[in-house]
Design a protein around this ligand. Structure first.
Ligand SMILES: [Zn+2]
Length: 465
């Protein structure tokens, strides 16, 4: 069973098939294939079935979305396109794929927190004063007073919250990633002065997170624009996972290359500050163009994008206030349900960002956070840290399958390291209707149009009628 591709560029094809995980090969003139994907004019002499790219170059479309993104995209256009391609290929072969879905879970959720403050005491008076004022207009004067008192050194500091986050997430059986700013009092290059933070990251906190399953990453200041500074930022924080999310989501055309040169292995910056949705058009982790090892975990939902009034954005070299969605709690929930609906349909991972301090007044947005996790868990989703999700996708990228069809039989050989410690395991989806299947030498789950097989064997044989 062979799918061959004739296309002038490598990256768009290789990455599209990394997201599809369907066996394929480059087209060689004179060979026969079950189907060829090409511009008709480029394979003029080929008389077998061709999926013609002339009027719909989906390779280009997908590569552009992954690398340049789109603003205010509320559907995963890339995943929708991939599914269209999957259905088209299915017309010519018994499709076998490794879907972006772990065995035993319909989709994944990556939980993350950007740490822009770690205590009231370290914050500017103006920040604390504004937060106290917000508490008062919400009718919670006591919380406002507690903030002001803590800033003056009295009482318990309401923004020392690592234990509260651990309590909340621990009680729900989940873990998350905290991104720390490497140095205080520096807005960074090309940035608004407000971008600087006031805290020194506590090495004790960073070291303690992984011991209980949580994870630390870098909340980059200049690592998106300068590889030398990026390497320093990683070293200053020590003990982080190799992951980054740039503070304020600052991003440039070369950011992924700069981050890779600075030694980062993954990033989760590609998302919206003023919206919630699909900037890269996908729920999958992917490799951007011009990097070898770095993977991007796109960001989908951040608390400030949903509830905030405005964020700072660069427009024509000027920093401007840009409105966020500023939704009520029920409207924010509907917006998130819409995003989770796509995950149920196409698999992949929904990435959530709840800022560290937004667990308590004045912006106590923990209710929705808790509800989203409860909902995902009741769907059976794998809810975990960003690094775990990236690692799962990295394993999936390294496995190759070859399918040899026989009479009413399919033999699938697996190449790569199916390490038994990958939890949850990968799975294979074989597009044979469940009622046609006779036997398979692995754990499996039949469904209407296909069967899902646990991918923990190097050779899988399926018999069907
Ligand atoms: Zn930040």
């Amino acid at each position: 069973m062979t799918v061959a591709v004739c296309y002038p560029e490598k990256y768009p094809v290789e990455e599209t098939f990394q997201l599809l995980r369907i066996p394929w090969e480059w087209y060689i003139e004179g060979n026969r294939y079950d189907v060829v994907i090409a511009r008709k004019a480029d394979v003029a002499g080929y008389d077998g079935p061709v999926i013609d790219l002339t009027d719909n170059d989906f390779f280009r479309k997908i590569a552009d979305l992954l690398n340049r993104g789109e603003m205010h995209l509320h559907e995963p256009s890339c995943d929708i396109e991939l599914d269209r391609v999957r259905q088209e290929i299915k017309r010519y072969i018994v499709l076998v794929e490794i879907p972006p879905v772990p065995w035993g879970h319909p989709y994944m959720v990556a939980l993350t927190h950007d740490v822009d403050v770690t205590s009231v005491k370290e914050c500017r008076f103006t920040t604390v004063g504004y937060a106290a004022y917000q508490c008062c207009i919400q009718g919670n004067g006591a919380a406002g007073l507690r903030l002001l008192a803590a800033r003056c050194g009295f009482g318990k500091d309401p923004w020392i919250l690592f234990d509260r986050w651990k309590e909340l997430e621990g009680s729900m059986g989940v873990r998350s990633t905290f991104f720390f700013v490497p140095r205080p009092d520096e807005p960074g290059q090309c940035a608004h002065p407000y971008r600087s933070v006031c805290y020194h990251a506590d090495p004790g906190v960073i070291a303690s997170l992984p011991t209980e399953g949580w994870e630390a990453g870098v909340h980059g200041i200049d690592n998106w624009i300068d590889a030398r500074l990026g390497a320093e930022e990683r070293e200053v924080l020590g003990g982080t996972s190799g992951g980054n999310r740039t503070h304020w989501l600052l991003f440039g055309e070369k950011s992924w290359q700069v981050l890779e040169a600075a030694g980062y292995s993954w990033d989760s910056t590609f998302g919206y500050n003023d919206d919630a949705g699909f900037r890269a058009g996908t729920l999958q982790v992917y490799r951007p163009e011009h990097v070898d090892n770095l993977l991007e975990l796109p960001l989908h939902i951040q608390d400030l994008g949903l509830f905030g009034e405005f964020c700072w954005a660069l427009a024509r070299d000027e920093w401007e206030k840009t409105p966020c969605l500023h939704l009520s709690a029920p409207a924010a929930r509907d917006h998130c349900d819409h995003i989770f609906g796509y995950a149920r349909k196409y698999g992949g991972a929904v990435t959530l960002l709840w800022h560290y301090e937004n667990l308590v007044p004045p912006r106590d947005w923990s209710g929705l956070y808790r509800d989203l996790i409860t909902r995902a868990k009741s769907d059976g989703a794998w809810v975990t840290t960003a690094g775990n999700v990236v690692e799962w996708f990295r394993k999936r990228r390294q496995i190759h399958i070859t399918c040899v069809p026989g009479k009413n039989k399919l033999t699938i050989s697996v190449e790569g390291n199916l390490s038994s410690d990958l939890s949850p395991p990968l799975m294979m989806r074989i597009h044979i209707p469940g009622n046609r299947m006779i036997s398979v030498n692995a754990d499996y789950l039949p469904s209407g149009e296909y069967i899902d097989v646990k991918l923990d064997k190097m050779c899988i044989t399926v018999s069907f009628v």
